[in-house]
Design a protein around this ligand. Structure first.
Ligand code: M6R
Length: 365
């Protein structure tokens, strides 16, 4: 049942080209340059009336939401905010009928996310679920939404659900954007880029042996920093969460710019920094942050664009991802970090699918 893999986590990582095909199947209109998301059950008129997006979730689902926030603002120009579901539910949130609340949950059963849904429904806002498990409580209570179609995720560490969540969020951003100022031509380009995601993942999966080799150099640390900017900032957070969960190495995901506002004090030869430094906006700034880390003797590992020799030279080790726009590069970068965490945890002899103290679905607060 693990399909020849030693762990569910690796099976699920390797399934991602296929799960993304399932997530996007029938939902991309290459001619009109838009996405077809009938489960949202919102007419073009209703979509254009939406004045704000509020995204709620926990853990990995919240990290996916942060990427959605960037894409929705970037493509559609609609203000979007992400809130940890427990914070949202307890702080008497200001939401109303022109706000669309997106509740993201693999299981559809997370207690805080479900309570956030109920609070948003109570306040009269539009609420849609981005859920993997069909018929789960959140899917039923939202009444509208988009299933991930990623198939059952068994490993406690979420992998394929994350990449499907991000893909759905990109399709939502595209849909909202097309109803506003985004042209058909630009929409068509975005559809083409989303369609390339399975290939981008395949490209990274083929470098698995190389990632395993790099991981050997990072098994003996107690702490790590993950840094990124823009779209890559949530990827840094997700990378750090993944390594914490399965390898028990303390890791923090930081915006690269924030490093010098305190955390840099921690850097020395025992604190590696993993930098999301692929091509795109902010890359030069991230690379100069990496130089600052090196000056404090921190080992540096870069996630870089294949063939970008100049930036690769700065790092002690690199993991490559294929060249693509920043909004899709989050996916190959996240997959690379999933594999990196997996190999570090395996080399440390950790229980990959069932990390200590964790449950697959957090149904109590
Ligand atoms: O089922 P959900 O997506 O609502 O779960 C949310 C979090 O509990 C979950 O993503 C958790 O952080 C994972 N163990 C991360 O790998």
């Amino acid at each position: 049942e693990k399909g020849g893999f030693e762990h569910y986590m690796t099976k699920e990582i390797f399934e991602q080209p296929e799960t993304i095909r399932n997530t996007t199947r029938g939902r991309l209109d290459a001619e009109r340059g838009t996405s077809i998301l009938s489960g949202l059950n919102l007419s073009p008129r209703e979509l254009v009336d939406i004045q704000r997006l509020l995204i709620v979730g926990c853990g990995t689902s919240m990290n996916a939401g942060l990427i959605g926030e960037y894409a929705i603002e970037d493509f559609a120009g609609i203000p979007a905010e992400v809130e940890q579901a427990a914070e949202f539910r307890y702080r008497n949130p200001i939401v109303g009928s022109r706000d669309l609340v997106l509740a993201i949950s693999q299981s559809g059963e997370t207690a805080d996310t479900l309570a956030a849904v109920r609070e948003a429904v109570e306040k009269g806002s539009l609420v849609a679920g981005l859920v993997n498990v069909v018929g789960s409580t959140i899917a039923r209570e939202t009444g509208r939404g988009i299933y991930l179609h990623a198939g059952p995720e068994i490993s406690v560490a979420s992998t394929k659900a994350f990449t499907s969540q991000v893909s759905v969020l990109l399709m939502i951003a595209l849909k909202l954007a097309r109803g506003r100022r985004l042209s058909q031509a630009r929409g068509i380009e975005i559809v083409q880029e989303i369609k390339r995601i399975p290939e981008l993942i395949e490209w990274v999966l083929e470098t698995n042996d190389k990632i395993a080799e790099v991981a050997q150099h990072y098994t003996n640390y107690q702490n790590m920093f993950y840094i990124g900017r823009g779209y890559m900032y949530p990827v840094a957070m997700e990378g750090a969460l993944k390594i914490k969960e399965i390898s028990y190495i303390h890791a923090e995901g930081y915006n690269a710019a924030e490093l010098k506002h305190g955390p840099i004090a921690l850097l020395d030869e025992n604190m590696p920094v993993i930098a999301l430094a692929n091509k795109g906006a902010g890359q030069d700034k991230t690379l100069s942050n990496v130089e600052e880390c090196k000056a404090r003797s921190a080992p540096v590992l870069g996630v870089v664009t294949a063939g970008d020799k100049e930036s690769a030279d700065i790092f002690d080790h690199v993991i490559e991802i294929p060249d693509c726009p920043q909004y899709t590069s989050v996916i190959p970068a996240a997959v690379a970090l999933q594999l990196f965490s997996y190999h570090v945890a395996r080399l440390r002899g950790c229980s990959i699918d069932q990390p200590r103290n964790l449950a697959k679905s957090v149904t109590v607060e």
